[in-house]
Design a protein around this ligand. Sequence first.
Ligand code: PMV
Length: 283
Amino acid sequence: MTTSAPGKVMLYGEHAVVYGYPCIVTAISERLFVSEGTAVGDTRFIDAAVAAWGKPGQKFSARSSFSGKYGFGSSSAVTVATLKALRPHATNRELFDMAYKIVLDIQKVGSGFDVAAAVYGGTLYYIKNKTIEPLVIKDMPLVVGYTGIKADTVSLINNVAQKKKENPEKVERIFEAIAKLVDEAKTKMIEGDWERVGKLMDFNQEYLRDLGVSSEKLESLISAAKSAGAYGAKLSGAGGGDCMIALHPNGVQGKPLVEKAIKEAGGEVINVTTNAEGVRVES
Ligand code: PMV
């Protein structure tokens, strides 16, 4: 049996989501596939899934349509796809609960938004330990650009925790402002008001900059996208590198111009579509 789970792109609310505030995540067309067979490389997540739901000696191998360096959530996707292979009839809730437990045991930190995207797919409004709400949205005019720099999520989460310790009121205020814009983004995405959705990305980016998780390379890709006419742009995920996202305007020139600008600024454009299907049995 082969199973697969999608990767994800964080649209709004990263970091704040770790502290109980909402975020919006979309599952992407890049997928991670798991089949029976001997694994190579980092097998911690597969091993933990087998220890939870499998029989001793069961082996699985993973392959993905995307590179692990992009930060598309391969650890969560491999965990979810392996659990699905072990129990194809488990409910999404059962898959989510077990996969999130495994990811937390191994990584120690994380909101579980990437696990939710891998299990449920689509586009989700997510609050840790509380809400997984699918959003019905139209095709998002999203462009994804990779900085070429692999970010370390755990140390960025720790940096924000340190900042919060030093200046709790300020960081709490930033999180509250992010939560407010996430709620507005949810409404505007459902309406398909991409101009406003883009503006809200800009606001989110300002707060992420204040949290200290942006980088020079991210900023240069973001400003290049905006100069080329993007409705808005921001980093996506933990920051420090990894990917940025931008919303391109309609019209034949909208997308190519934004993509060209990101490339000229030294970024790699990654072609993905959003709102992809969650975990599934392939064959
Ligand atoms: O680096 P990524 O794409 O896994 O995103 C991390 C997002 C954080 O909010 C910083 C952490 C989390 O688990 O929610």
